[in-house]
Design a binder for this molecule. Structure first.
Ligand SMILES: O=C(O)c1ccccc1NCC(=O)[C@H](O)[C@H](O)COP(=O)(O)O
Length: 179
């Protein structure tokens, strides 16, 4: 399980210094290569690359940097067009389907299902893992995106608003997760 750190590179370092051992995903709007080097220096294991704010050339270049640094790149898409762009890029291992529109902030989990119905075969052929992102609050939501074909989930609100992370995670999945 990755811990997702959002909003501040320095938080990555704080969390590492506090002794957190699990992998860390730097969830930022990465638009320049220095942010990837900085994320690595601060202790990240993975970075989010948002297709909506990057050109194809940027994504290819940033993927190369991630590979050199030993970082995993989670490439985030929101719609059909972004999915097609990302699937045409070699070396993508992890795609996140965000159910929240960056323009309207409206969340619709059927986005994951729609995109996987259309592109699931191509994704499987390439051996790409899919992460279902946003709007997941309970075991039914998780089951819905899992049945659509995702192998992992990216969750914010439903966990961070609860006092006990262990119980929050157990509540989200409907069972205790052993790690
Ligand atoms: O990431 C941002 O900076 C951001 C800016 C404006 C609106 C939303 C933004 N992020 C939302 C998140 O990162 C969510 O926490 C993440 O997508 C998970 O979704 P949820 O589980 O619904 O909180």
């Amino acid at each position: 399980m990755y811990l997702i750190l959002q909003g501040s590179f320095e938080n990555l370092q704080k969390v590492r210094k506090a002794g957190v051992k699990c992998p860390l995903l730097c969830k930022e709007f990465v638009v320049d290569k220095w942010q990837i080097y900085y994320a690595r220096a601060m202790g990240a294991d993975a970075v989010l690359l948002i297709a909506a704010v990057l050109t194809d050339l940027d994504i290819k270049y940033f993927l190369r940097i991630c590979k050199e640094l030993g970082l995993t790149a989670l490439i985030e898409v929101h719609d059909e067009r972004e999915m097609e762009r990302v699937l045409a890029i070699n070396g993508v291992q992890l795609i996140g389907i965000n159910n929240r529109s960056l323009e309207t902030f409206i969340v619709d989990t059927s986005n994951t299902k729609t995109l996987l119905e259309k592109h699931g075969d191509a994704i499987r052929e390439k051996g790409i893992l899919v992460v279902g992102e946003s709007g997941l609050f309970n075991p039914d939501d998780v089951a819905y995106v899992q049945n659509a074909g995702v192998s992992a989930v990216l969750v914010g609100e439903s966990l961070v608003k609860q006092a006990d992370p262990g119980r929050a995670i157990a509540g989200l999945f409907g069972k205790e997760l052993v790690h």
